[in-house]
Design a protein around this ligand. Structure first.
Ligand code: PHE
Length: 447
């Protein structure tokens, strides 16, 4: 197809919203507070925010450059640009995304269940115990199947557009519900402690723990921005040439970060009020924290259904974006029918996710290995490619940008600082994984 034939986003806001729909998901609402809790609170928040601004935003531009210039999916993009050997980076990203999707669907299954359980108030009395009961086992497996099936139906019928429309309504609705829960949290007894934990770093905490905080913050930044999984390459392949990638990137990163910060404001006051130590809830932090808050509100059932229902749609819009990357690749490359390609991809994701639905430790293992190893490794390769090998990056990023100094500064930043920081992060991640892996494997009950 020549570039003029290719479909493009009809409006600027259409692209931004679709990319926000992909970026905003369980990463912000579920994974972010869970990482804050595991890494000790405010110290993590500081490192995370620095990472988002200094590394995340410029790195999203790296993917945009590859996508818009090649007008291809992440696997075919490099060949199209004339650098076939780098296809390995695209493949690694797609593989990482595929594994992420397998446990993401299990977590989204919990959200589905909580949407229903809110209607009956099932978790209101004992939020922490309820979570532990339903997180792993046959029920979790069933809801994993349900969520993946729903994703497959939407992708198989090719009706993403409908979901994109829904996202336009639901992102504002989600923000409104979060504001409500934040205001409620503010009135609780544990609010002061919650805010102190989340927002005020203890002196020396970063220096003392940076070897575990940095890889966790990097993994969270990539996960939440949908980086290193080929999604932003694919989305950018449909952006027209006049637009400033820098401006769009800043919007997406800004909105995504704002929603994550709000999730923390919503959850920590509640955890301190109901006496659950942050970090102790692990992957259950969101469910225990928000579950506890909702239980205390008037109209709790309605609020619960609305809250978990909107989170479900946010998860669905992210899941669709990730599934679509692989499905469209199978269609383009092997000429499969859409329903067949979707069946293969969704079936594979479901099977791969089974162990994570049966054991929480397996889920946390998949999560850590993908976020802290696959994603940074893929982003590292993409940054290396765009910084040092691909000649036309500067030209691509300069389009539509009026500040003359900006593209050049970006390129040098990509070539030096980003490469070094992600390189250090990777070394720390690998060290961390080697240290914790034996313990984690030990704790897996399935084995
Ligand atoms: N950025 C997404 C989120 O925060 C990450 C993601 C996208 C995960 C697509 C899975 C699928 O939820």
């Amino acid at each position: 197809m020549s570039s003029t034939d290719r479909e493009q986003w009809a409006t600027r806001i259409g692209f931004i919203l679709a990319a926000v729909g992909s970026a905003v998901g369980l990463g912000n609402i579920w994974r972010f507070p869970f990482q804050v809790g595991q890494e000790g609170g405010a110290a993590f928040l500081v490192v995370y925010l620095a990472f988002i601004i200094l590394i995340g935003l410029p790195a999203i531009l790296v993917e945009f450059v590859i996508g818009r210039r090649s007008e291809r999916n992440p696997i075919d993009a490099f060949e199209r640009l004339g650098y076939r050997a780098w296809t390995i980076a695209g493949l690694l990203g797609v593989l990482g995304g595929f594994i992420i999707m397998s446990f993401y669907s299990v977590v989204a299954g919990w959200v589905t269940r909580y949407t229903l359980a809110s209607a009956t108030g099932a978790y209101f009395a004992e939020p922490a115990e309820y979570f532990m009961d339903i997180a792993a086992g046959t029920d979790a497996l069933l809801f994993h199947l349900l969520f993946m099936g729903l994703t497959a139906i939407i992708v198989g019928l090719g009706i993403q557009r409908g979901i994109e429309m829904a996202v336009k309504l639901l992102v504002p609705a989600l923000v409104a519900l979060m504001v409500l829960l934040i205001v409620y949290g503010f009135t609780l007894d544990g609010a002061v402690q919650g805010y102190a934990y989340y927002l005020s770093p203890e002196p020396g905490a970063i220096a003392a723990n940076w070897t575990s905080i940095l890889p966790a913050a990097a993994g969270q930044a990539f996960f939440t921005l949908s980086l290193g999984m080929g999604i932003m390459i694919t989305y950018a392949s449909y952006i027209d040439d006049e637009r400033s990638l820098v401006g769009d990137g800043a919007w997406i990163v800004g909105l995504d970060t704002a929603i994550a910060i709000m999730a923390g404001l919503m959850i920590f006051p509640v955890l301190f009020t109901i006496g659950v130590e942050p970090g102790a809830g692990g992957a259950g932090e969101l469910f225990i924290g928000v579950g506890g808050a909702i239980a205390g509100l008037p109209g709790s059932r309605i609020i619960g259904v609305l809250f978990f229902g909107t989170v479900l749609v946010a998860a669905l819009s992210s899941a669709i974006s990730l599934t679509e990357v692989t499905v469209s690749f199978l269609i383009d490359r092997f000429g499969l029918d859409r329903p067949v390609a979707t069946g293969i991809v969704a079936g594979g994701i479901f099977l791969l996710g089974i162990p994570t639905a049966l054991d929480l430790m397996v889920l946390e293992l998949y999560d850590q290995v993908t976020a802290e190893l696959f994603l940074p490794l893929t982003v590292f390769l993409l940054v290396l490619f765009v910084g040092w090998f691909y000649d036309e990056a500067l030209d691509e990023v300069s389009k539509g940008v009026s500040a003359d100094w900006l593209p050049g500064a970006w390129l040098w930043h990509v070539r030096t600082i980003i490469l070094v920081v992600i390189g250090i992060t990777l070394i720390l991640s690998i060290q961390g994984l080697i240290e914790t892996l034996p313990e984690t494997i030990e704790a897996i009950e399935l084995l």
